[in-house]
Design a protein around this ligand. Structure first.
Ligand code: PLP
Length: 395
């Protein structure tokens, strides 16, 4: 008898290159020194929360109120949800109330309470390749079946392929824009057409098909772009997001699920999300963080810093002959691997102390991901190493 479940034993046997490589990068640093190893593996924000966060933190800590650390409604504090409803209303002109919002333990917690609420075992959830690898586990947690649909060469939506893959068993589609790992944003036109497709398929199968937009990077966008609201185009939809990236608070586990105000069975869904927050043991999002973010909905971490690093790396890599789609948002680049086998390439890159993640971790072999949420020094120091690598590969 094994001490842990068969399923988790199998999960553990599948390699996650990201963690392994992150640790390899740290090991190399202990040998070669901090400034001679370029560890681009992990997506941990390299910036600090905005000054307004620390001001709120001080204000709240200096003015404790009775009960401020107690349980509250599973959905979270009313004033926090009111503040979010207000911002959503301003963004897309729909009539959000606090009961369209449930506070969650980050976007990961939000996706889990949502998938637990909506999924029956055997129902399919479509994800777009390449995708955030934990979607696999999140869908599997509730007996859902992951269905992978490829995107176009520029990582944009392939609506024909999506249409072919929607079946009577499709319960939801998860999109992630700006995207981890590619950095692409889906334009308004694509979201509108996706909405039309979903409506047609709902009619065809006489079913509800939810669009779930996982948006933790929605404020990390460059070049004056904005992320179009899915709520304007899709009624049976949810936005799941967090302040892990936009306020640089990933360790604090604070985010939310917002449902479209006109979604079918809104009250029932709200009750389901509340119950699942309890049932999964989250109970509620952290109380202190909810209070903090109430007044920070219009704040964001330093985007300019990310922009500088994106430009530096993108310009250098393309000048060396790397094939890479310019990321419109996030802090990731997803270039094509210059060797057909991405694992072979990442091992080759390690010889130059460049530590990157193979595309296979995102179900897209033949590519690799770099996270530029590292320091500007790391980016600058890495440039000659990339040049040498490209020369040796005769790119
Ligand atoms: N979704 C995507 C696409 C992500 O990249 C991440 C984290 O990196 C998450 C969800 C989880 O975010 P959180 O830390 O808010 O749970």
């Amino acid at each position: 008898m094994m001490s842990i479940s068969q399923k988790i034993t199998e999960d553990l046997s599948k390699p996650s290159w990201l963690r392994k490589l992150f640790e390899e990068g740290e090991r190399l640093k202990s040998i070669y020194g901090e400034d001679k190893v370029y560890n681009f593996t992990i997506g941990n924000p390299g910036v600090e929360p905005p000054a307004a966060f620390h001001e709120e933190l001080k204000r709240i800590a200096l003015n404790p109120t009775p009960g401020m650390h107690r349980y509250m409604s599973n959905a979270g504090y009313l004033e926090t949800r009111e503040a979010i409803a207000q911002v959503l209303q301003e963004n897309c002109g729909l009539d959000f109330s606090p009961n369209h919002i449930v506070m969650s333990c980050g976007a990961g917690g939000g996706l889990n309470i949502l998938l637990k609420t909506i999924l029956n075992p055997g129902e399919e959830v479509i994800v777009l390749v390449p995708y955030f690898p934990l979607y696999r586990a999140y869908i599997d947690n509730y007996g859902g079946v992951i269905k992978k649909v490829k995107t176009n060469a520029d990582f944009q939506l392939n609506l024909e392929l999506l249409a072919e893959n929607i079946t009577a068993k499709t319960k939801a589609i998860i999109i992630n824009s700006p995207n981890n790992p590619t950095g692409v944003i889906y334009p308004e036109k694509s979201i509108k057409e996706l909405g039309q497709l979903l409506r047609a398929k709902e009619e065809e199968f006489n079913n509800t098909i939810y669009l779930i937009s996982d948006e933790p990077y929605s404020k990390l966008v460059f070049d004056g772009l904005t992320v179009p609201s899915i709520f304007k185009h899709v009624r049976n939809s949810f936005v799941v997001t967090s302040h892990s990236k936009d306020l640089a608070l990933p360790g604090e586990r604070i985010g939310y699920v917002a449902m479209h105000p006109e979604i079918k069975d809104a009250d029932l869904i709200f009750k389901g999300l509340n119950f699942c927050n309890r049932a999964l043991g989250f109970v509620n999002a952290p109380a202190l963080m909810q209070r903090l973010v109430t007044n920070l909905q219009r704040e964001e971490a330093d985007i300019e810093g990310y922009l500088e690093k994106r430009n530096m790396l993108y310009n250098h890599l393309t000048s060396l002959g790397f094939d890479v789609v310019k990321p419109a948002g996030t802090f990731y680049l997803f270039p094509r691997s210059p060797m057909p086998d991405d694992i072979e390439f990442i091992k080759f890159a390690l010889k130059y102390n460049i530590v990157v993640v193979p595309g296979i971790d995102f179900d897209m072999p033949g590519y690799f991901r770099l996270s530029f949420s590292v320091s500007l020094d790391t980016v600058m120091n890495s440039l000659p190493a990339f040049t040498k690598l490209a020369q040796d590969l005769r790119l």
